[in-house]
Design a protein. Structure first.
Length: 444
């Protein structure tokens, strides 16, 4: 069996065939660093991570590129509101973002490119578009003419309305609202000191041109995989395709992979609705970041995932049970080829991580299976759950107090009280294991 992925461009599963055998060029839309990344955003980066790790598991050498959008409408407004420089403002949120990725055991991309360091590349791309007749100058900037690009909207399955002659300067706009979009925005006093003096005018780039310039800078004019969340299909990825293919005359990306939304029980999570949850919020409630990673792996990457505290608790309990079982497994230096093959088949079926998790659970529960330890190590190269690492668990003082009280009850042969205290510890998310050396406490 070969790897098959769902390509948004064709709306079907396709066998993955990279441009260069054994090598994958992969680009992921990175964060716009104007605020904290919420857990919905972080679900997309977890998806990027297990995609890259799956490709490496299958033997590919992956060159992964991710951008940092550190200049756009939002970052400029945010820095002005906080009365700090654009660089100081964006670096603050960039640091927080990478701390979150590290906590979630997400591997850093091979290349991290900042928009502010790639202005020359953007200007050169815009100059090509002007020369070829796809871009034009208006009073407030340089725009891409969507009427000039024959297949505009193919990724989003949209049909052009030829009567549209409107332009839009804002980086983001309403769904289905096809308009000529800004490649370069001429300087206005609202931009403050954020501008570049270039051959095409004094100003700054539009959001869409940034990703085209930065991806091609490292991966070339055509590459294998482009990822992002589903809300980027239009307009961002649609515009990326148009400007890139118009400039080069070549296919921009072979496979477009998009991750599904994380939603709240009542609907979409978004900063504008004020219902966002950050990684720090769930940590304050006593959850580990890898509890959330486990939760994300229980749903297919293209499926919506509903976030509730109850769902997160369920994921935490399953993850801790898995870790506890694995902690008892000893290394027999063998590999379970059957389980590894089943795991591989799940990965090759459009990255079916929930199925891959089931294969892992079947292996750890099989009392007769051999080669568990080394096979789990191999599977965890994809899952990224640190399954074989010994955790340093900080047990709250109140738990230790209950455990000590239970030990005294046992010494006094007060078995009823001892059982009640054990149950109370369980309810608080911990379990007691009685050993020859006394009681050991683990997270459930």
């Amino acid at each position: 069996m070969a790897l098959k992925v769902y390509n948004t461009l064709t709306r079907k599963k396709q066998e993955f065939k990279p441009i260069k055998e054994g090598y994958v060029g992969m680009y992921s839309c990175g964060p716009t660093v104007y605020n904290y990344a919420h857990i919905g955003n972080l679900r997309t980066y977890i998806f990027n991570d297990f995609l890259k790790k799956s490709l490496e598991f299958l033997g590919y050498k992956v060159n992964h590129v991710m951008n940092i959008t550190d200049v756009d409408d939002k970052t400029i407004k945010g820095s002005q509101k906080e009365k700090v420089s654009l660089e100081e403002f964006t670096k603050k949120y960039e640091r927080i973002f990478f701390n979150d990725l590290n906590a979630l055991n997400i591997k850093k991309p091979n290349h991290i490119i900042h928009a502010t360091e790639s202005i020359t590349d953007m200007v050169n791309l815009i100059k090509k578009l002007i020369k070829k007749g796809y871009a034009y100058k208006a009073e407030d900037g340089i725009y891409f003419s969507i009427d000039k690009f024959k297949n505009y909207g193919k990724l989003a399955n949209l049909k052009k309305n030829n009567s549209l002659k409107e332009r839009i300067k804002n980086d983001e706009y309403d769904k289905e609202n096809m308009r000529d979009f800004a490649l370069w925005k001429f300087y206005t006093k609202e931009d403050g000191n954020v501008y570049w003096d270039t051959e095409i005018g004094k100003g700054r780039p539009g959001w869409h041109i940034e990703c085209s310039a930065m991806s091609m800078k490292i991966l070339g004019e055509s590459f294998d995989i482009h990822t992002g969340a589903v809300d980027l299909i239009f307009p961002h990825h649609t515009n990326e395709i148009a400007q890139s293919e118009a400039a080069t005359g070549k296919l921009f990306v072979k496979y477009w992979l998009h991750g599904g939304f994380l939603t709240m029980k009542e609907g979409k999570m978004s900063k504008s609705l004020g219902n966002v949850v950050y990684l720090a919020n769930i940590e304050k409630k006593g959850f580990y970041p890898l509890d959330y990673r486990y939760m994300c792996l229980t749903a297919h990457y293209r499926s919506p995932l509903i976030f509730t505290i109850e769902n997160l608790e369920s994921a935490r309990n399953s993850y801790q049970r898995l870790k506890n079982i694995i902690s008892e497994i000893r290394d027999d230096k063998k590999t379970n080829k059957n389980s590894l093959e089943e795991f591989k088949k799940a990965i090759e079926d459009d990255l079916n991580i929930p199925k891959a998790l089931q294969v892992l659970w079947s292996l750890v529960r099989d009392e007769k299976a051999q080669g568990k330890y080394q096979t789990i190590r191999k599977m965890d190269e994809v899952l990224g759950l640190k399954l074989l690492e010994k955790e340093t668990i900080i047990v709250p003082a109140e738990i230790y107090a209950l455990v000590n009280e239970r030990e005294n009850a046992r010494k006094n042969k007060n078995w009823k009280l001892a059982d009640e205290l054990r149950e109370k510890v369980n309810e608080l998310g911990y379990q007691i294991n009685d050993t020859e050396n006394g009681a050991e406490v683990k997270k459930k």
